[in-house]
Design a binder for this molecule. Structure first.
Ligand code: TTP
Length: 289
Protein backbone atom coordinates (compact mmCIF):
# COMPACT_ATOMS: atom_id res chain seq x y z
CA UNK A 1 0.00 0.00 0.00
CA UNK A 2 1.55 3.38 -0.94
CA UNK A 3 3.01 5.52 1.83
CA UNK A 4 2.78 8.84 0.10
CA UNK A 5 -0.29 10.84 1.11
CA UNK A 6 0.16 13.16 4.08
CA UNK A 7 -1.71 11.99 7.15
CA UNK A 8 -4.10 14.17 9.13
CA UNK A 9 -1.54 14.07 11.93
CA UNK A 10 0.66 17.16 12.46
CA UNK A 11 3.73 15.17 11.55
CA UNK A 12 4.24 11.76 10.07
CA UNK A 13 6.72 9.16 11.28
CA UNK A 14 8.19 7.35 8.31
CA UNK A 15 10.83 4.63 8.34
CA UNK A 16 12.84 3.42 5.39
CA UNK A 17 14.12 -0.10 5.98
CA UNK A 18 16.92 -1.38 3.79
CA UNK A 19 18.26 -4.93 4.04
CA UNK A 20 22.04 -5.29 4.42
CA UNK A 21 23.91 -6.98 1.51
CA UNK A 22 20.62 -8.66 0.79
CA UNK A 23 21.34 -11.37 -1.78
CA UNK A 24 24.35 -12.44 0.28
CA UNK A 25 22.23 -12.78 3.42
CA UNK A 26 19.69 -14.90 1.53
CA UNK A 27 22.48 -17.19 0.27
CA UNK A 28 24.05 -17.34 3.76
CA UNK A 29 20.75 -18.47 5.20
CA UNK A 30 20.54 -21.25 2.57
CA UNK A 31 24.13 -22.25 3.27
CA UNK A 32 24.89 -21.66 6.94
CA UNK A 33 28.63 -22.38 6.58
CA UNK A 34 28.91 -19.03 4.73
CA UNK A 35 27.80 -17.02 7.78
CA UNK A 36 30.39 -14.50 8.87
CA UNK A 37 32.56 -15.38 5.86
CA UNK A 38 33.63 -12.99 3.11
CA UNK A 39 31.01 -13.80 0.48
CA UNK A 40 29.66 -12.31 -2.74
CA UNK A 41 26.82 -13.18 -5.08
CA UNK A 42 27.82 -13.15 -8.75
CA UNK A 43 25.75 -12.92 -11.90
CA UNK A 44 24.94 -16.10 -13.79
CA UNK A 45 27.27 -15.08 -16.63
CA UNK A 46 30.54 -16.60 -15.45
CA UNK A 47 32.90 -14.57 -17.68
CA UNK A 48 35.96 -13.64 -15.56
CA UNK A 49 34.28 -15.13 -12.52
CA UNK A 50 30.98 -13.27 -13.04
CA UNK A 51 30.07 -9.67 -12.10
CA UNK A 52 29.50 -9.13 -8.36
CA UNK A 53 26.00 -7.98 -7.50
CA UNK A 54 26.11 -8.23 -3.70
CA UNK A 55 29.08 -8.20 -1.34
CA UNK A 56 29.10 -9.15 2.36
CA UNK A 57 30.44 -6.65 4.86
CA UNK A 58 33.24 -9.10 5.75
CA UNK A 59 34.39 -9.02 2.11
CA UNK A 60 34.07 -5.23 1.92
CA UNK A 61 36.76 -4.97 4.62
CA UNK A 62 39.21 -6.51 2.12
CA UNK A 63 38.28 -3.91 -0.51
CA UNK A 64 35.91 -6.12 -2.51
CA UNK A 65 33.42 -3.93 -4.40
CA UNK A 66 30.28 -4.51 -6.43
CA UNK A 67 31.97 -3.15 -9.56
CA UNK A 68 34.47 -6.07 -9.56
CA UNK A 69 34.30 -9.40 -11.30
CA UNK A 70 34.78 -12.66 -9.39
CA UNK A 71 38.40 -13.08 -10.53
CA UNK A 72 39.35 -9.60 -9.32
CA UNK A 73 37.57 -10.16 -5.99
CA UNK A 74 39.62 -13.35 -5.50
CA UNK A 75 42.78 -11.33 -6.01
CA UNK A 76 41.98 -8.86 -3.23
CA UNK A 77 40.37 -11.47 -0.97
CA UNK A 78 41.55 -15.02 -1.79
CA UNK A 79 39.25 -16.61 0.79
CA UNK A 80 36.07 -15.05 -0.63
CA UNK A 81 33.15 -17.40 -1.34
CA UNK A 82 31.44 -16.64 -4.64
CA UNK A 83 27.86 -17.84 -4.97
CA UNK A 84 26.16 -17.74 -8.32
CA UNK A 85 22.71 -16.23 -8.50
CA UNK A 86 20.13 -19.04 -9.04
CA UNK A 87 19.31 -19.66 -12.70
CA UNK A 88 16.08 -20.88 -14.27
CA UNK A 89 15.57 -21.33 -18.03
CA UNK A 90 18.85 -19.59 -18.80
CA UNK A 91 18.00 -16.46 -16.80
CA UNK A 92 18.69 -15.24 -13.26
CA UNK A 93 15.93 -16.52 -11.00
CA UNK A 94 15.29 -13.90 -8.33
CA UNK A 95 12.33 -15.65 -6.73
CA UNK A 96 14.17 -16.67 -3.54
CA UNK A 97 15.22 -13.04 -2.99
CA UNK A 98 11.74 -11.73 -3.75
CA UNK A 99 10.19 -14.22 -1.33
CA UNK A 100 12.72 -13.39 1.36
CA UNK A 101 11.80 -9.70 0.92
CA UNK A 102 8.13 -10.61 1.36
CA UNK A 103 8.91 -12.36 4.66
CA UNK A 104 10.38 -9.10 5.92
CA UNK A 105 7.44 -7.01 4.67
CA UNK A 106 5.03 -9.34 6.51
CA UNK A 107 6.84 -8.62 9.79
CA UNK A 108 7.16 -4.85 9.26
CA UNK A 109 3.50 -4.49 8.34
CA UNK A 110 2.51 -5.56 11.87
CA UNK A 111 3.10 -1.96 12.98
CA UNK A 112 2.15 0.19 9.97
CA UNK A 113 1.42 0.50 6.28
CA UNK A 114 4.25 -0.75 4.09
CA UNK A 115 5.24 0.33 0.61
CA UNK A 116 7.78 -1.91 -1.04
CA UNK A 117 10.28 0.31 -2.81
CA UNK A 118 12.46 -2.44 -4.29
CA UNK A 119 13.34 -6.07 -3.73
CA UNK A 120 14.98 -5.20 -0.41
CA UNK A 121 13.67 -1.78 0.62
CA UNK A 122 10.45 -0.81 2.34
CA UNK A 123 8.86 2.45 3.46
CA UNK A 124 6.84 2.09 6.60
CA UNK A 125 4.30 4.62 7.86
CA UNK A 126 4.50 4.44 11.66
CA UNK A 127 2.50 7.60 12.39
CA UNK A 128 -0.44 5.85 14.04
CA UNK A 129 1.75 3.41 15.99
CA UNK A 130 4.03 6.24 17.21
CA UNK A 131 1.10 8.42 18.25
CA UNK A 132 -0.41 5.50 20.16
CA UNK A 133 2.90 4.80 21.91
CA UNK A 134 3.22 8.45 22.90
CA UNK A 135 -0.16 8.30 24.61
CA UNK A 136 -0.04 4.80 26.13
CA UNK A 137 3.61 4.14 26.79
CA UNK A 138 5.75 7.28 26.29
CA UNK A 139 9.54 6.78 26.18
CA UNK A 140 10.06 9.14 29.15
CA UNK A 141 8.12 6.67 31.38
CA UNK A 142 9.98 3.53 30.32
CA UNK A 143 12.02 1.88 33.06
CA UNK A 144 14.46 0.14 30.75
CA UNK A 145 15.43 0.73 27.16
CA UNK A 146 16.83 -1.94 24.92
CA UNK A 147 20.40 -2.00 23.68
CA UNK A 148 19.15 -1.89 20.09
CA UNK A 149 17.42 1.47 20.66
CA UNK A 150 20.33 3.18 22.40
CA UNK A 151 22.56 2.07 19.54
CA UNK A 152 20.52 4.41 17.30
CA UNK A 153 22.25 7.35 15.68
CA UNK A 154 20.50 10.70 16.11
CA UNK A 155 21.60 13.28 13.55
CA UNK A 156 22.78 16.48 15.20
CA UNK A 157 23.82 14.76 18.45
CA UNK A 158 27.56 14.74 19.00
CA UNK A 159 28.41 11.06 18.74
CA UNK A 160 32.09 11.07 19.55
CA UNK A 161 33.18 10.21 23.05
CA UNK A 162 32.45 7.23 25.19
CA UNK A 163 29.01 8.34 26.33
CA UNK A 164 27.29 8.29 22.92
CA UNK A 165 24.74 5.73 24.06
CA UNK A 166 23.92 7.74 27.17
CA UNK A 167 23.33 10.81 25.01
CA UNK A 168 21.08 8.86 22.66
CA UNK A 169 19.20 7.32 25.59
CA UNK A 170 18.68 10.79 27.04
CA UNK A 171 17.52 12.22 23.68
CA UNK A 172 15.02 9.42 23.23
CA UNK A 173 13.47 9.81 26.67
CA UNK A 174 13.47 13.60 27.23
CA UNK A 175 10.26 14.83 28.80
CA UNK A 176 10.88 18.39 27.55
CA UNK A 177 11.30 17.40 23.88
CA UNK A 178 8.99 18.81 21.19
CA UNK A 179 6.05 16.63 20.17
CA UNK A 180 7.73 15.98 16.82
CA UNK A 181 10.95 14.74 18.42
CA UNK A 182 8.92 12.59 20.81
CA UNK A 183 7.11 11.02 17.88
CA UNK A 184 10.44 10.27 16.19
CA UNK A 185 11.71 8.75 19.43
CA UNK A 186 8.66 6.48 19.51
CA UNK A 187 9.42 5.60 15.88
CA UNK A 188 12.97 4.66 16.90
CA UNK A 189 11.66 2.32 19.61
CA UNK A 190 9.19 0.68 17.22
CA UNK A 191 11.74 0.25 14.42
CA UNK A 192 14.35 -1.22 16.79
CA UNK A 193 11.78 -3.76 17.98
CA UNK A 194 10.77 -4.61 14.41
CA UNK A 195 14.39 -5.02 13.31
CA UNK A 196 14.94 -7.46 16.19
CA UNK A 197 11.83 -9.40 15.15
CA UNK A 198 13.10 -9.51 11.56
CA UNK A 199 16.43 -10.86 12.82
CA UNK A 200 14.83 -13.49 15.05
CA UNK A 201 12.30 -14.67 12.52
CA UNK A 202 14.25 -14.46 9.25
CA UNK A 203 17.92 -14.33 10.36
CA UNK A 204 18.35 -11.14 8.28
CA UNK A 205 19.82 -7.86 9.49
CA UNK A 206 18.60 -4.56 8.12
CA UNK A 207 19.27 -0.85 8.58
CA UNK A 208 16.72 1.92 8.85
CA UNK A 209 16.17 5.66 8.70
CA UNK A 210 13.43 7.30 10.78
CA UNK A 211 12.21 10.76 9.79
CA UNK A 212 9.13 12.85 9.06
CA UNK A 213 9.11 12.08 5.35
CA UNK A 214 10.20 9.44 2.86
CA UNK A 215 13.04 11.39 1.31
CA UNK A 216 14.79 12.01 4.63
CA UNK A 217 14.10 8.48 5.89
CA UNK A 218 15.72 7.02 2.79
CA UNK A 219 18.68 9.34 3.01
CA UNK A 220 19.23 8.26 6.64
CA UNK A 221 18.85 4.50 6.24
CA UNK A 222 22.12 4.26 4.31
CA UNK A 223 24.14 6.40 6.69
CA UNK A 224 24.97 3.75 9.26
CA UNK A 225 25.13 0.24 7.89
CA UNK A 226 24.96 -2.65 8.57
CA UNK A 227 22.35 -3.40 11.26
CA UNK A 228 21.90 0.13 12.59
CA UNK A 229 19.28 2.85 12.53
CA UNK A 230 19.45 6.62 12.14
CA UNK A 231 16.95 9.24 13.30
CA UNK A 232 16.53 12.64 11.57
CA UNK A 233 15.17 15.30 13.96
CA UNK A 234 13.82 18.48 12.33
CA UNK A 235 16.66 20.49 13.90
CA UNK A 236 19.25 18.49 11.92
CA UNK A 237 17.72 18.92 8.47
CA UNK A 238 19.30 22.23 7.37
CA UNK A 239 22.80 21.00 8.11
CA UNK A 240 22.13 17.61 6.55
CA UNK A 241 20.75 19.03 3.31
CA UNK A 242 23.14 21.98 3.17
CA UNK A 243 26.07 19.76 2.21
CA UNK A 244 24.05 17.17 0.27
CA UNK A 245 25.10 16.91 -3.40
CA UNK A 246 22.08 18.00 -5.48
CA UNK A 247 22.50 14.90 -7.64
CA UNK A 248 21.28 12.86 -4.66
CA UNK A 249 17.96 14.73 -4.55
CA UNK A 250 14.98 13.10 -6.17
CA UNK A 251 14.47 14.50 -9.71
CA UNK A 252 17.87 16.19 -9.80
CA UNK A 253 19.90 13.09 -10.62
CA UNK A 254 19.65 13.65 -14.39
CA UNK A 255 19.87 16.50 -16.89
CA UNK A 256 18.35 19.18 -14.68
CA UNK A 257 20.88 18.44 -11.93
CA UNK A 258 23.73 18.54 -14.45
CA UNK A 259 22.50 21.89 -15.78
CA UNK A 260 22.34 23.28 -12.25
CA UNK A 261 25.94 22.23 -11.75
CA UNK A 262 27.31 23.46 -15.05
CA UNK A 263 25.18 26.54 -15.70
CA UNK A 264 24.64 27.83 -12.17
CA UNK A 265 27.57 26.28 -10.29
CA UNK A 266 25.17 24.64 -7.85
CA UNK A 267 26.66 21.51 -6.30
CA UNK A 268 24.85 21.11 -3.00
CA UNK A 269 21.33 21.75 -1.77
CA UNK A 270 22.87 24.56 0.30
CA UNK A 271 24.15 26.20 -2.92
CA UNK A 272 20.69 25.88 -4.45
CA UNK A 273 19.10 27.69 -1.50
CA UNK A 274 21.12 30.81 -2.43
CA UNK A 275 18.92 31.21 -5.51
CA UNK A 276 15.49 32.78 -5.26
CA UNK A 277 12.51 31.07 -6.85
CA UNK A 278 12.28 33.97 -9.36
CA UNK A 279 15.89 33.52 -10.39
CA UNK A 280 15.42 29.79 -10.94
CA UNK A 281 12.25 30.50 -12.94
CA UNK A 282 14.22 32.88 -15.15
CA UNK A 283 16.54 30.02 -16.02
CA UNK A 284 14.18 27.08 -16.17
CA UNK A 285 10.69 28.47 -16.73
CA UNK A 286 7.87 28.89 -14.25
CA UNK A 287 7.10 25.25 -13.54
CA UNK A 288 10.56 23.73 -13.35
CA UNK A 289 12.00 26.81 -11.61
P1 TTP B 1 21.34 -2.78 -2.59
O1 TTP B 1 20.34 -2.46 -1.53
O2 TTP B 1 21.79 -1.67 -3.49
O3 TTP B 1 22.66 -3.32 -1.91
P2 TTP B 1 22.87 -4.50 -0.86
O4 TTP B 1 21.62 -4.86 -0.14
O5 TTP B 1 23.57 -5.65 -1.53
O6 TTP B 1 23.94 -3.90 0.15
P3 TTP B 1 23.79 -2.67 1.17
O7 TTP B 1 23.94 -3.28 2.53
O8 TTP B 1 24.91 -1.75 0.84
O9 TTP B 1 22.43 -2.04 0.98
O10 TTP B 1 20.79 -3.94 -3.50
C1 TTP B 1 19.90 -4.94 -3.02
C2 TTP B 1 20.12 -6.23 -3.80
O11 TTP B 1 19.80 -6.00 -5.17
C3 TTP B 1 21.56 -6.70 -3.76
O12 TTP B 1 21.82 -7.55 -2.64
C4 TTP B 1 21.71 -7.38 -5.08
C5 TTP B 1 20.70 -6.71 -6.00
N1 TTP B 1 21.36 -5.80 -6.96
C6 TTP B 1 21.61 -6.25 -8.27
O13 TTP B 1 21.27 -7.38 -8.62
N2 TTP B 1 22.25 -5.42 -9.15
C7 TTP B 1 22.65 -4.15 -8.81
O14 TTP B 1 23.22 -3.42 -9.63
C8 TTP B 1 22.36 -3.69 -7.48
C9 TTP B 1 22.76 -2.30 -7.07
C10 TTP B 1 21.74 -4.55 -6.60
Amino acid sequence: MPVSKPELSDSRVIAHVDMDCFYVQVEQRKQQSLRGQPTAVVQYNSWQGGGLIAVSYEARKFGVKRSMRGDEAKQVCPEIHLVQVPVARGKADLSSYRNAGSEVVAILSRRGRCERASIDEVYLDLTIAAEAMLVDNPPECLETISEEVVKSHVLGLEEDGSNAREKVGHWLTRSDASRRDKLLACGAFIVAELRLQVLEETEFTCSAGIAHNKMLAKLASGMNKPAQQTVVPISSICKLLGTLPIKKMKQLGGKLGTSLQIDLGVNTVGDLLQFSEEKLQEYYGVNTG
